[in-house]
Design a protein around this ligand. Structure first.
Ligand SMILES: [Fe+2]
Ligand SMILES: [Fe+2]
Length: 174
């Protein structure tokens, strides 16, 4: 049957985010594993923990619809995961991979932020105050994570790679 109500759209979008957050658990674990810097590793590990809580809140929101929590594949997040696979084919240095991950993390947070803003808007229109409250908690965690990654990116030192690159280009000119 064709989708015809905002409730159905809301439900679909909740399941989409449920799928997204579930895929992100693996991605965050992987990025933490690829981090040599303690602060970066901690940021990814901590956000993974928050993500587990976000999944619980989404499950609760779906239950209010009498829905079993089942995930829709989220093509948006899958696309971001594919970008990572494409980068891996370029065989980046560990340092560049780490820097890439910080950027990929920010892209993900921005996607999640907009998705939660939309969900909150729909929940408000539907008068679902409880869902609004839970979704706002998720939104806040994503915003904090984005700001943290932004700060980490601006402090990230790429000096070593620049040196190695210079050495490569001067030796190839000789
Ligand atoms: Fe999330
Ligand atoms: Fe996030």
């Amino acid at each position: 049957m064709a989708m015809s109500t905002i409730e159905e759209l809301f439900e679909h979008e909740l399941k989409d985010m449920y799928g997204a957050e579930t895929s992100l658990l693996d991605a965050l674990e992987q990025m933490a594993g690829e981090s040599s810097d303690r602060e970066i590793k901690k940021a990814f590990t901590q956000h993974r923990k928050e993500t587990q809580g976000q999944i619980k809140r989404l499950e609760k929101s779906l239950e209010w619809f009498g829905q079993k929590p089942e995930a829709e594949t989220c093509p948006g997040i899958e696309g971001l995961i594919k970008e990572k696979k494409a980068l891996m084919r370029e065989r980046p240095t560990p340092q560049l991979l780490e820097f890439f991950n910080i950027g990929a993390g920010q892209k993900t947070e921005r996607y999640e932020i907009t998705a939660y803003e939309n969900l909150i808007d729909m929940a408000e229109k539907l008068g679902m105050a409880d869902a609004v409250e839970l979704l706002e908690q998720n939104l806040q965690e994503e915003e904090t994570a984005l700001n943290k990654l932004k700060a980490i990116a601006s402090e990230f030192d790429v000096a070593e790679d620049v040196e190695a690159h210079e050495q490569r280009t001067t030796s190839s000119r000789r």
